[in-house]
Every structure is written in structure tokens, then in C-alpha cells.
Design a protein around this ligand. Structure first.
Ligand code: ADP
Length: 297
């Protein structure tokens, strides 16, 4: 089993003629609400990939539908609690040119207490994976507990913040980073060559396997002295939101099945390439059959 302690957000998306300016009241001509949050997206991707994932999350009482959406996809939601706090949510404006502006309120995602973190590490069996992103509180305590109990941690430090650098990252067995996150952790400019980013991360986290994703430039895998590039598929991308979440979910589901690293990279790459050709983050995550069909061609 893989335990994902992760954010669940409600994404409120408003289509507007232009992004609202200070003092302005602007009418939106279309509105939609959907499930989001990097944690929920990664659990959904894992489940659609056929992986076994238990999500640890917190939602406001009125928003049980979001828990049902995860459950319908096959995610174990027995540790998603409905609480007396507003759910994490994002207010997203998208203008006619596709530009966006986002307000993110972490809400219930920042209410994890010590008892829940203890319960998680007590529940995890030897050999289980723990997956974390940077949208929930309690990461430092959880990483320390995981190291103590020898639980394998996969970490995606997204969104990147200064606080990530202070975490006990030596507890991580596997790190998923995009260019921004890699540069932030490495202390290098974001446009640094990928080799420089990988060298710096190898020095900083010598015992950690690393997957660096670079959008249309594909992904790099690094462990010990091994470094391997996986090109992205050449596709026409229409919405790259959630590409990284899809990649991570599919990679981990393949790993859970005992796949080799090249196979994990291949599955993740195909799934992410299918996702970027569809609108929406959660909605764009393909099913295992769609990925298998593509690979079978
Ligand atoms: P994030 O969403 O975390 O910023 P990336 O943008 O690095 O992550 O994308 C993750 C993976 O998704 C890439 O390694 C690649 O396999 C795939 N991907 C992203 N953008 C594209 C694209 N334009 N074309 C093809 N594949 C893409």
C-alpha cells in the first residue's frame, strides 16, 4: 500500500474577459468547480494507473463530494476526514488569452495534528511507501517519524518554498522535482543546465533516487552513479496543469508493481503526454487502459 498524506483542494475556475484589476468588480461568463490539489491529483493518478493508494486528507464537512470522487476512482478514503474548517480551495481566473491568476487558501489542508501523523506511521506496514507534497502542514514531523520507522518516503516538494530547504530530506528515498523545484533545492538559477541541477542535487542528497521532470524536454532519473534520460512524447499540449502529478502517480504505481526504472519512466511519460492533450488537471489524468493501448501500438 502507498499512503499519500496530501492536499485536497476545490478549484473554482472563473472565465473572465481580463484578469480583475484593483478596485474593479468584474462579471465572469463561465464558472466550474472541480477537484484539485497536488495530493488529490497524485492519488487519482495512482488509482487510475491501477496502484493501491490510501489518501490521508482533510476536507470541510460540506465537501464530501470530493472524497466520493476519490473513492469512485478507487482511492482508499478511510483516512480522509470531514472537519469543521473550510476546505482548501483555489479561486482561479482564466482570461480570454489563457492567462491565469490564482488565490490559494490552504484551509483544512493545514490542520493535520500530531495524532494523525502518528496514526499514519502506525498504520504503514514495513515496505509501504509514504508520498508527500508541500501543500500540507506537519511535513518535518512526518519525515522524522518516517525515518525512525524506516518507512520509504517519496517527496514532491511542490510548490517550492524556502521551508523545504529546512526539512530533514535525508529521510527521502525518492524525490520528484520539476525545474523550479530542482533549482530551489539546489540553490541554482532556474535556467541552469540539467546536468548542473542533477550534480547539485546528487551532492545534497547522495542516498536519494531523483526524478527531474522538464516538461516537453522529458525527464531525468538519477541514483548513485546512474543517470538516464527519458524523452517526452512529441504531442500538441493544450493544458499542462497536473502533468507532474500524473507523471508521479503513474511512476509510483509502476514501481509498486515491481517495474524497472525504465518501465516506470516510460509509463509515466505516456500518461503525462496523454494528460497534457486534455483540459483540466484531475479530469485529464488517463486510465491505465489508455496508457496500455498507447504502449501496445
Ligand atoms: P510539473 O507539472 O510538475 O511542472 P513538468 O512540466 O516537468 O511537471 O511535466 C512532467 C512530465 O509531463 C514531463 O516530464 C513530460 O513527460 C510530461 N510533459 C509535460 N509537458 C509536456 C509537453 N508539452 N509535451 C509532452 N509531454 C509533456
Amino acid at each position: 500500500m502507498l499512503h499519500n498524506l496530501g492536499s485536497i483542494n476545490l478549484d473554482h475556475v472563473y472565465r473572465v474577459p481580463h484578469l480583475v484589476t484593483p478596485g474593479e468588480t468584474l462579471a465572469s461568463h463561465a464558472y466550474a468547480v472541480g477537484l484539485g490539489g497536488k495530493g488529490a491529483n497524485q492519488s487519482l493518478a495512482l488509482a487510475r494507473a491501477g496502484g493501491r493508494v490510501c489518501h490521508w486528507g482533510r476536507l470541510g464537512r460540506r465537501d464530501a463530494w470530493a472524497r466520493d470522487t476519490l473513492a469512485d476512482a478507487g482511492v482508499d478514503v478511510s483516512h480522509v476526514s470531514l472537519v469543521d474548517a473550510p476546505s482548501g480551495h483555489a479561486i482561479i481566473q482564466v482570461d480570454d488569452a489563457g492567462e491565469n491568476a490564482i488565490i490559494l487558501y490552504p484551509g483544512a489542508n493545514h490542520g493535520f495534528d500530531g495524532a494523525t501523523l502518528e496514526a499514519l506511521v502506525d498504520t504503514a506496514a514495513p515496505g509501504d511507501w509514504l508520498l508527500l507534497q508541500n501543500e500540507c502542514n506537519g511535513l518535518a514531523a512526518l519525515l522524522a517519524l518516517a525515518a525512525e520507522r524506516r518507512i520509504r518516503v517519496a517527496f514532491n516538494p511542490a510548490p517550492m518554498t524556502d521551508a523545504v530547504g529546512e526539512l530533514p530530506l535525508s529521510a527521502c528515498r525518492l524525490l520528484f522535482v520539476n525545474r523550479t523545484e530542482a533549482a530551489g533545492l539546489a540553490g541554482l538559477p532556474v535556467d541552469s543546465p540539467s546536468d548542473a541541477l542533477l550534480d547539485a542535487l546528487a551532492t545534497r542528497l547522495p542516498d536519494c533516487e531523483l526524478v527531474l521532470t522538464l516538461g516537453a524536454e522529458g525527464a531525468w532519473y538519477q541514483a548513485g552513479g546512474e543517470r538516464r534520460h527519458q524523452p517526452a512524447l512529441k504531442v500538441s499540449a493544450m493544458d499542462t496543469t497536473g502533468a507532474g502529478d500524473t507523471f508521479i502517480g503513474y511512476y509510483l504505481a509502476a514501481l509498486q508493481r515491481g517495474a524497472t526504472v525504465p518501465d516506470c519512466l516510460a509509463q509515466a511519460t505516456v500518461a503525462a503526454a496523454l494528460a497534457v492533450q486534455r483540459p483540466g488537471a484531475a479530469a485529464g489524468i488517463p486510465t491505465a487502459d489508455e496508457v496500455a493501448d498507447f504502449l501496445g501500438k
